[in-house]
Design a protein around this ligand. Structure first.
Ligand SMILES: [Zn+2]
Ligand SMILES: [Zn+2]
Length: 88
């Protein structure tokens, strides 16, 4: 199940939100994220780079990648089989 690992807060007016948004609704400053899993934090613009390398933020993305890899492997196996049939 999804549990929020990222907290968004505004360093200008100290407001905290669980919504992923770029700017604070109060003072329109760029929001800062805090990854509760890894304890890291940074500006919104750095979030995607962090998420890509963070196991806490993107477990579902990792699963997706794994699934695609498996699908590809199955395709290759199917190709191998058809080749074998040609040779026989
Ligand atoms: Zn603010
Ligand atoms: Zn993270």
């Amino acid at each position: 199940m999804f549990s929020p690992q990222i907290e968004w807060n505004c360093s200008q007016c100290q407001s905290i939100t669980t919504d992923r948004r770029k700017y604070c609704t109060n003072c329109h400053s760029m929001l800062t994220w805090t990854c509760t899993g890894s304890g890291r934090s940074g500006l919104y613009t750095h979030y995607y780079r962090h998420r890509d390398s963070c196991g806490y933020c993107a477990p579902e993305v990792e699963e997706e990648k794994q699934q695609k890899k498996e699908e590809k492997q199955q395709e290759f196996q199917a190709l191998d089989l058809s080749k074998q049939y040609e040779f026989n």
